[in-house]
Design a protein around this ligand. Structure first.
Ligand code: 13P
Length: 272
């Protein structure tokens, strides 16, 4: 049984006071509306400066906290960066790695993604590894090959045992913040493609049986997820949750999305 995960990426929004207020509304909302439900894993990823305040606010609730990025080194003279042990020391448990905005605006590459994934695993942080194609790549029918390359180069020198601890998010760049949702069936197909690519990576040529490691890895969809889209997304065979941007910034939008995740979690729990 794979976990269902609903994660909110708050990007560069919210002051500390605003982040505290949003986190408090989510804690209260989850308790009030979803108290008795089989909850999905819920993660919120505020800016670095808000992490301690949000961690304090969600303490004792089912909400976990993730960072949106980190450096791959343990410490050093790297002005402006945040190291993995600094995140674990305050209680952060997830980290988003290789978001398309980091690749696009901050020079991240599949190589730095690989270094960061290794660093996250070394420090016991769960990496949410983002992959996805640009519009031009989709139009040229390159989606599957671009994603396969992002996966294989992002996971270089990561053992099968370590790979089992990953979360992957499929975020087509053209669907991020545009209101243009990738159709659920197509998103499902690509999430399955990601799973197959990971399994293939860990299938050794001399073994007859193929690796099934990715069958247990949650693959999330991200890109204009809204309360109105979540139910169809959560009905798909290979979409195990959502990585939500804009709609995670308001409790009244994020809570119904968590509820959508709870439905999937309940169904998969009953199948297990
Ligand atoms: P939107 O939900 O705003 O499209 O953002 C998606 C995203 O980038 C989450 O990481």
């Amino acid at each position: 049984m794979r976990k269902t995960i609903i994660a909110g990426n708050w990007k560069m929004f919210k002051t500390v006071a605003e982040a505290r207020e949003l986190a408090k509304s989510l804690v209260d909302g989850v308790k009030a509306d979803l108290g008795g439900s089989a909850l999905p894993d819920i993660v919120v990823c505020p800016t670095f400066i808000c992490l301690p305040e949000v961690l304090t606010t969600v303490k004792g609730s089912p909400i976990a906290v993730g960072a949106q990025n980190m450096d791959y080194r343990d410490s050093g003279a790297f002005t402006g960066e945040i190291a993995p042990p600094m995140l674990t020391a305050v209680g952060v448990s997830y980290v988003i790695i290789g978001h398309s905005e980091r690749r696009q605006f901050f020079g991240e590459t599949n190589h730095t993604v690989n270094l960061k994934v290794k660093a996250a695993l070394k420090h016991g942080l769960t990496p949410i590894v983002c992959v996805g194609e640009a519009l031009g790549e989709r139009e040229e029918n390159l989606t599957d090959s671009v994603i396969k390359h992002q996966i294989s180069s992002g996971l270089v020198d990561i053992t099968e045992e370590e790979a089992a601890k990953l979360v992957v998010a499929y975020e087509p760049i053209w669907a991020i913040g545009t209101g243009k949702n990738c159709e659920a069936a197509e998103a499902n197909r690509v999430c399955k493609h990601i799973r197959d690519a990971i399994n293939e990576l860990y299938t050794h040529k001399d073994k007859k049986e193929s690796s099934r490691v990715a069958d247990m890895i949650p693959v999330l969809y991200g890109g204009s997820v809204k309360p109105s889209t979540i139910d169809e997304q959560m009905e798909q065979s290979d979409i195990d949750g959502a990585l939500v941007g804009g709609a995670s910034l308001k409790a009244e939008e994020f809570l119904p999305i968590i509820k959508g995740g709870a439905k999937r979690q309940k169904i998969s729990a009953s199948r297990a």
